[in-house]
Design a binder for this molecule. Structure first.
Ligand SMILES: NC(=O)c1ccc[n+]([C@@H]2O[C@H](COP(=O)([O-])OP(=O)(O)OC[C@H]3O[C@@H](n4cnc5c(N)ncnc54)[C@H](O)[C@@H]3O)[C@@H](O)[C@H]2O)c1
Ligand SMILES: [Zn+2]
Ligand SMILES: [Zn+2]
Length: 397
């Protein structure tokens, strides 16, 4: 079958690989009708999420049709249409039972301290083959697949595999909160949507890309372009000098700094460049492709500075274990609460499917491109370059 294979940092290819087979009684095999490219895939190719095994199939978002089930998958049958929650979880351990699917105690072959398992991720996550392929093996398929009703289309469902639940998980907004969403990529767009669903009174959205800011504005966010103004000053000005109650980091380690303008006023360029080299010691850019961010922790600085005193920060942007810097002193002295992590996808996927079925939300609005799997490499390049208009790319079989 055709699959997107990680060969090295800066080197992914569309290869012919063996079709997956059932290995455990709890496995299922699905024929993938739709997959997608995530900002997390870009971190791995740019070298900012290290530890990828050459030969691994990439991708952690999919919609498909069940082909075959192991003997202990009793809630699904061949022909069922399903969406795959990105993180792999057993559904039986104490973590899964309390909703911490991203910290499942069983799924990660690296043992109890292993942390999150997901499809198409680094060795620390278990090196499970990913879903940018024609077929996928789904471990613990009884919880690792969620059946789709007819009313929910593939284009809607693919957004529920990872990025809608992640935005929702990161939002954690209380009624009436003012919220800043840092980063208007696909995950940021869903953080905006989720904040509104949870009753945010105002959402301020920050990025430097006009098309992504425009999409945020379409959702009703007040937009701030950090390449034109100092975002901290702008947010304070927009909030009567107070800052917002909540901030959501939807950028992660590949954050960039402004080249010029008022946003550069307090920048410690040397520190950011040093941190960038530390975050991605191995890198393999090809011209303007696969370039790691040059300011890995800038969003954390800005987010703390633009928060109200006693505000809360949610971090859903991904950072690798070798990033150590966080504005601890500022956060501590302003009584800030921080929560963060990998999304517990399976906790949210069934309820989001239901909201979409009811018509309460339409996640398809964030999907800007649908490309055939055969053209995946060009799609990767357009998404990596953040080409105008390329917000979220789905890949169809
Ligand atoms: N926690 C989870 O479970 C989970 C799940 C999915 C994705 N993610 C992570 O969410 C993050 C976003 O994913 P995405 O697919 O939207 O990626 P993306 O790369 O498309 O979007 C990132 C956006 O941040 C903007 N940006 C860069 N520097 C900035 C800065 N200094 N200030 C404000 N904005 C800045 C970029 O212009 C871009 O629009 C990634 O780190 C991804 O790995 C986490
Ligand atoms: Zn993702
Ligand atoms: Zn578990």
């Amino acid at each position: 079958m055709k699959a997107v294979v990680f060969h090295d940092i800066g080197d992914v290819r569309l290869d012919d690989v063996a079709e997956p087979e059932i290995q455990e009684p709890t496995d299922a095999i699905i024929r993938i009708t739709s997959s997608a490219i995530c900002g997390t895939d870009l971190h791995m190719i740019r070298g900012t999420i290290p530890g990828m095994k050459p030969g691994l199939v990439l991708g952690h978002e999919a919609v498909g049709i069940v082909e075959e089930t192991g003997s202990n998958v009793r809630n699904l049958k061949r022909g069922d249409r399903v969406v795959v929650p990105s993180t792999i979880a057993c559904g039986s351990c104490s973590y899964c039972r309390t909703g911490y699917y991203a910290q499942c105690d069983t799924a990660n072959p690296n043992g109890h301290q292993g942390g999150t398992s997901f499809f198409g991720g680094p060795e620390a996550t278990g090196s499970f083959n990913g879903l940018q392929a024609e077929y996928g093996r789904i471990p613990f398929a009884n919880v690792g697949l969620v059946k789709l009703p007819e009313e929910v289309s593939d284009d809607q469902a693919i957004m529920i595999s990872d990025i809608f639940p992640t935005g929702y998980f990161g939002a954690e907004v209380s009624d009436g909160d003012t919220v800043t969403v840092w980063g208007c990529g696909p995950v940021g767009q869903f953080a905006i949507l989720a904040a509104k669903l949870m009753g945010a009174s105002r959402v301020i959205a920050v990025d430097c890309l006009p098309d992504r800011l425009e999409m945020a504005a379409q959702q009703g966010a007040e937009i701030v372009d950090f390449s034109r103004e100092n975002p901290v000053a702008a947010i304070r000005e927009l909030t009567g000098g107070i800052g917002t109650d909540r901030a959501i980091d939807a950028v992660g380690v590949d954050a960039v700094m402004p080249e010029s303008g008022p946003g550069t006023e307090d920048l410690d360029r040397e520190r950011h460049e040093r941190e960038s080299r530390q975050a991605a010691p191995e890198r393999n850019p090809d011209g303007d492709l696969w370039v790691p961010g040059n300011a890995p922790t800038l969003v954390l600085d800005w987010a703390i500075d633009a928060l109200a005193k006693a505000g809360t920060l949610g971090i859903i942007g991904v950072y690798p274990p070798n990033v150590h810097s966080f504005p601890i002193g500022k956060a501590m002295n302003r009584n800030v609460t921080v929560n963060m992590g990998n999304c517990n996808h399976r906790k949210y996927v069934p309820r989001i499917v239901e909201w979409v079925r009811e018509g309460a939300v339409d996640p398809q609005e964030v999907l800007t491109h649908r490309e055939p799997l055969i053209d995946v490499l060009e799609a990767y390049k357009s998404f990596d370059r953040r080409q105008a208009g390329w917000v979220k790319v789905a890949l169809s079989a």
